[in-house]
Design a protein around this ligand. Structure first.
Ligand code: XIL
Length: 385
């Protein structure tokens, strides 16, 4: 009792010492501390009644995995595909995949000499123009494929007879016309395609026959004259399986560059099958990079039925093996310095439209219904490694 009386006397004594305003401020502080600030209230979501909990939880939770969030557009290099104008125009699913996933396109056939040239000085531009405009509207890079190749030539060229100088003039005229037309809108070109045999000797093409091996150097010089900003590639297949071809291509590119010829990159087509080892893929990519140029995986597909068996089925096991090949390819490109990764281009959008699938096969990351296959995740899974 004595203690209580002492405490009360002490409180009255203390309050007498405080001013009226100090007491009000103290009371206000007490109130605010218990109710939060104005900002806290604004940030709070409206209160929701929790749903009634089921009495029992289901025995098994659905085993659906969360979808991977990365898309091809998130790649640390540009991913693209070969495209066909009529499919882009008439197939909305096809166009949807290209728009959502691709950062780069390569006309599959529209820029080949057989498609463009209708006679000397006469050209059919419609398809190529459409694709270039499409890419500009969708902020995509266009890779030009291909200027000088031994096949898909118009009749007037295969039937041409002339001196070496006349052949050079024909080639110069063609390259100037085509590259010049798309100066600034086609970023890069496969200037020469498939100039070597698998044993590393020069392929006996119409160009080689009439001009000699010099045709390669000249083609690059003509392309550079027509568009000095374009990135110029030598493109071929087989660097992953033929040491002789790998050696021949690297020697050509290094020699030309030493002579000051504008060769800026090597395109490795990579029409491979799922049995190709990851070390072969990596070694060929590294060999190209060792030439000090851009590296483009320019026409990739992974055949699952290279034997072309008529009773082929795309099983889960095959899907995984194919996924490993795509993953290894992306890892190989990512092992290069960023300034040498030109990108990966798939040769087609989905399995149904691949150049390989008159035979039963499933070579691309999207199936015939434009659904993502395990291969897709094989690639996207490498992005943050
Ligand atoms: C193929 C196209 O995909 C086919 O549609 C066409 O009928 C023939 O050419 N290497 C190349 C590509 O450089 O141009 C080829 O494209 C595939 C092999």
């Amino acid at each position: 009792m004595k203690k209580i009386r002492f405490t009360l006397t002490y409180m009255i004594y203390t309050m007498k010492k405080l001013s009226f305003l100090q007491i009000i401020a103290f009371l206000l502080l007490l109130t605010c501390a218990s109710c939060g600030t104005q900002d806290d209230l604004i940030d709070q979501p409206p209160y929701e009644q929790p749903e009634e909990r089921p009495d029992e939880l289901p025995d098994e939770l659905p085993d659906e995995q969360p979808q991977p969030t990365a898309t091809f557009r998130d790649a640390p290099y540009l991913i693209g595909c070969a495209v066909v104008p009529s499919l882009l125009q008439n197939n909305s699913k096809y166009a949807g995949v290209v728009q959502e996933e691709m950062s780069s396109i390569t006309p599959e056939n529209a820029l080949k000499m057989g498609a463009l040239s209708r006679g000397r000085g006469s050209y059919f531009w419609d398809d190529a123009d459409y694709l270039v405009e499409y890419a500009a509207n969708n902020r995509m890079r266009v890779h030009g494929h291909t200027l000088i190749w031994h096949t898909d030539l118009p009749g007037w060229v295969t039937g041409f007879s002339g001196t070496k100088e006349e052949w050079i003039a024909l080639m110069q005229e063609y390259i100037h016309e085509v590259v010049g037309r798309y100066q600034g809108s086609i970023a890069s070109w496969d200037v020469v395609n498939e100039a070597f045999n698998d044993d590393g000797t020069y392929r006996n093409t119409i160009w080689y026959e009439n001009i000699g091996e010099e045709y390669i150097r000249l083609a690059f010089e003509f392309a550079h004259e027509a568009d000095p900003t374009a990135i110029l590639f030598y493109n071929d297949y087989g660097m992953e399986y033929s040491m002789a071809k790998r050696e021949a291509i690297c020697t050509l590119v290094k020699d030309l560059r030493e002579e000051g010829v504008p060769v800026h990159g090597i395109g490795l087509q990579m029409h491979i099958d799922m049995y190709r080892s990851a070390s072969d893929l990596k070694a060929s990519i590294q060999a190209a990079a060792d030439c000090g140029v851009w590296v483009h995986v320019s026409e990739m597909d992974v055949a699952c039925n290279p034997e072309k068996k008529t009773d082929f089925t795309f099983t889960e096991k095959i899907a995984q093996q194919q996924k490993d090949s795509y993953q290894a390819m992306s890892e190989a490109l990512l092992s290069l310095p960023a300034h040498q990764r030109f990108g990966i281009t798939f040769w087609g959008v989905c399995d149904a439209h691949s150049w390989l699938t008159p035979a039963p096969d499933a070579p691309l990351p999207f199936d015939s219904n434009f659904e993502k296959k395990p291969a897709y995740e094989g690639i996207t899974g490498t992005f943050d490694k």
